[in-house]
Design a protein around this ligand. Structure first.
Ligand code: NDP
Length: 296
């Protein structure tokens, strides 16, 4: 039996549509246009592509997009001054500093200089603490996207065994917090986990966020499990460059109940959730109700 393929591309388009509808209503009823500022330091080609894509989708959702492009040799003090100016700008509801930053900068210091209410990446220490204590926060976009896909597919997640493979601050840890918030029994696995295969086989929900191409084979998947593959890995196969996930899709699709493909699964949800977070930030900043279904 073959798993249901969770179409993240279609779901992300639906989320962007919902964001655009809310934005139109905010403008019409309250004269508010949410604004997202993206700060890019240096010329990393992958970061440039992401920033362009974020700007385009922000405008398509009816929001204002502000881009601050700074040369790689910008001092940390100058970057902090840009962040402070954006913090103080009432037209800016969301601020994202594109990572990685050049080596001479302290990323933690820069991220923690962002007003937590505008921290649409959810990486500020205050937002991490709020999420960890089950309080209203800004939630990191990729795990939020995974949660939305899971809720859409499964309905209630309560009581399910969830295994998150990977413990990074941007994916693994916040993903585990969100699953705990939805009353899953959560295990976080990592490079030192003993018998990872057995741990994975216990999962009703298996989230792979490792960064190793096709490392989780189908026989690590519990029959009927829901598999969320966050990995984006570039490999050479049959003389072509291909994107693959952390899960071996061909074998896992035969065992799982549902699975996200790579590409077209989690990937498109990240920017959709960035737009959702910007809208949420604009609503909170103006004391308005938050958009339903677009937050954790
Ligand atoms: P990190 O490199 O920060 O973290 C990887 C995690 O995987 C670490 O916790 C590491 O464990 C663990 N790990 C590494 N090797 C193994 C192993 N053999 N067995 C078990 N665990 C292992 O990666 P990120 O969290 O930033 O990203 C993970 C993947 O998700 C990447 O492919 C990335 O490209 C993708 N990604 C996709 C996004 C999207 O929009 N779809 C957004 C962000 C990331 P340890 O801590 O012990 O070293």
């Amino acid at each position: 039996m073959s798993a249901t393929i969770i179409d993240g591309k279609a779901f992300a388009a639906k989320v962007r549509g919902q964001v655009a509808e809310h934005v139109a209503r905010l403008k019409a009823e309250h004269g508010i246009t949410p604004g997202l500022a993206v700060v890019l330091v240096g010329e990393d080609p992958a970061s440039q592509v992401y920033v362009r894509s974020k700007g385009k989708q922000t405008v398509e959702a009816g929001m204002n997009s502000f881009e601050r492009k700074l040369p790689a040799e910008t001092s940390e003090a100058d970057l902090l001054a840009v962040v402070q100016a954006l913090n103080a700008d009432p037209a800016v509801h969301g601020i994202l500093v594109q990572l990685p930053l050049p080596g001479h900068m302290n990323s933690d210091l820069v991220i923690n200089a962002i007003d937590p209410a505008k921290d649409v990446d959810g990486f500020h220490i205050s937002n991490v603490g709020l999420l960890g204590t089950g309080q209203k926060s800004m939630v990191p976009c990729t795990p939020l996207g995974c949660l939305m896909l899971l809720r859409d597919h499964l309905g209630s997640l309560s009581g399910l065994n969830a295994v998150v493979v990977g413990r990074s601050n941007i994916v693994g840890k916040p993903m585990a917090q969100l699953l705990l918030g939805d009353s899953c029994t959560v295990t976080i696995a990592h490079s030192r986990t003993k018998d990872l295969a057995a741990v994975c086989r216990s999962a009703d929900i298996l989230v792979a966020a490792v960064g190793r191409a096709e490392m989780i084979p189908g026989d690590w998947v519990k029959p009927g499990a829901t598999v969320i593959d966050v990995g984006i890995n570039r490999i050479e196969r049959d003389g072509k460059t291909k994107l693959v996930g952390d899960v071996d899709f061909a074998s896992a699709v035969e065992v799982a109940g549902a699975i996200t493909p790579v590409p077209g699964g989690v990937g498109p949800m990240t920017i959709a959730c960035l737009l959702a977070n910007t809208l949420t930030a604009a609503c909170r900043a103006n004391g308005l109700p938050e958009p339903e279904g677009l937050t954790a």
